[in-house]
Design a binder for this molecule. Structure first.
Ligand code: S3P
Length: 175
């Protein structure tokens, strides 16, 4: 594959997109950007505050605006999306228009849920297990539209997962 292409990581909340993006950037000696972090910096609010004050539709609008900005203005080769960004058709169109390589970090709901529960981050869409599970199930149909599906085995560390992605997608050879 074209090694200059930007890589976009998606997957459900708690799957480890941001951490894997950080390790992958270090392995590939490149930069990474986190869409949620860009939104928090531009809005001067946490994601939870943006959703709580403006509602989810407002958040999605801001998310798309910031995705446009990142895709057109940022050089970072690795982009970690928030878990809902890929489910929006307009966002997928923007990503495809830039010929990015999209990767679904796929895992079980229970694995994601364990990480959500142990994380300090407030995720308004995952405060309740039943609701989060419903969202998880609805989203499988969108996530599977990515170029690559990468199954996360819970016994692997984020570093090991990033190494495997680098090997399989970027043909990086490790000693
Ligand atoms: C969301 C996921 C979150 C964040 C927001 C909405 C979602 O990001 O963008 O709370 O709709 O799945 P993470 O996937 O990094 O938790």
């Amino acid at each position: 594959m074209n090694n200059e292409k930007r890589i976009v990581l998606t997957g459900f909340m708690g799957v480890g997109k941001s951490t894997i993006a950080r390790h992958l950037a270090s392995i590939l000696r490149t930069e990474k950007v986190d869409l949620d972090a860009v939104i928090e910096a531009s809005e001067k609010q946490t994601i939870a505050e943006v959703i709580e004050t403006g509602g989810i539709a407002h958040f999605r609008k801001i998310e798309t605006e910031n995705l446009k900005k990142v895709l057109s203005e940022y050089d970072a080769r690795i982009l970690a999306l928030g878990g809902g960004a890929w489910t929006i058709a307009e966002n997928r169109r923007l990503i495809a228009a830039q010929s990015c390589t999209s990767v679904w970090l796929e895992s079980t709901f229970e694995h994601c849920w364990r990480n959500i529960k142990s994380s300090k981050r407030d995720r308004p869409l995952a405060r309740n297990k039943e609701q989060a599970k419903k969202l998880f199930e609805e989203r499988q149909n969108f996530y599977c539209l990515t170029d690559w599906h990468f199954i996360i085995k819970p016994d692997l560390t984020s570093w090991e997962i990033a190494k495997k992605i680098a090997e399989e997608i970027f043909s990086v050879k490790f000693e």
